[in-house]
Write a protein of this length. Structure first.
Length: 183
């Protein structure tokens, strides 16, 4: 599946994510200007927050259940205030935050590393009552090849590194459209 979203829609989604977070921090309702075409499509999305280059929050939804704009707004709030790895974002941090959004294609079942294209695909595993996901940009950031990527998604899920080989494991790949405020 080819993911596409106009530059105008990308800017609108980033602005909506920032506005939603700012409104929560300021105790007011978020303003919502008319969204450009593309923001009404249904897709999974992750919102990642970085503070001066360091991860500050990342939460997403694997599949869309409503308009993309609403999904991004919800995930922005979750990344800012509900990521259990971090304290809730404080107002004084907002100006130092960079917002990155990843729109997810539908998942496709895969059998192993040969089915993963680094730089394009993210991976998801579910096995033994656990699950984990790594977005496409993670493998590139860490310089992992496809076998290492699958080992690390297992680790993220709290599974042994070779758990993806288990016949009962559900292993999927998906494409991600990644953009941020600077793009």
């Amino acid at each position: 599946m080819e993911l596409t979203l106009s530059a105008e829609a990308r800017r609108a989604l980033c602005a909506a994510a920032r506005e939603t977070i700012a409104a929560r921090l300021e105790g007011r309702a978020a303003s919502r200007p008319a969204a450009p075409p593309g923001c009404e499509q249904v897709a999974g999305a992750f919102v990642t927050l970085h503070e001066r280059g360091t991860l500050r929050g990342c939460i997403g939804r694997l599949r869309g259940f409503g308009p993309l704009l609403e999904t991004v707004e919800e995930m922005a709030l979750a990344a800012a205030f509900e990521d259990p790895r971090f304290d809730p974002l404080r107002a004084e941090e907002l100006d130092a935050i960079d917002i990155e959004i990843t729109i997810l294609s539908p998942f496709r079942k895969i059998g192993g590393p040969g089915d993963v294209l680094i730089g394009r695909d993210g991976v998801y595993i579910a096995s033994m009552g656990r699950s984990g996901i790594l977005l496409p940009q993670v493998a590139t950031e860490y310089g992992w090849d496809a076998p290492a990527f699958l080992e690390h998604v297992c680790i993220k899920a709290g599974l042994p590194t070779g758990a993806w080989k288990d016949p009962g494991a559900q292993l999927y790949a998906f494409e991600g459209l990644v953009f941020g405020e600077g793009a």
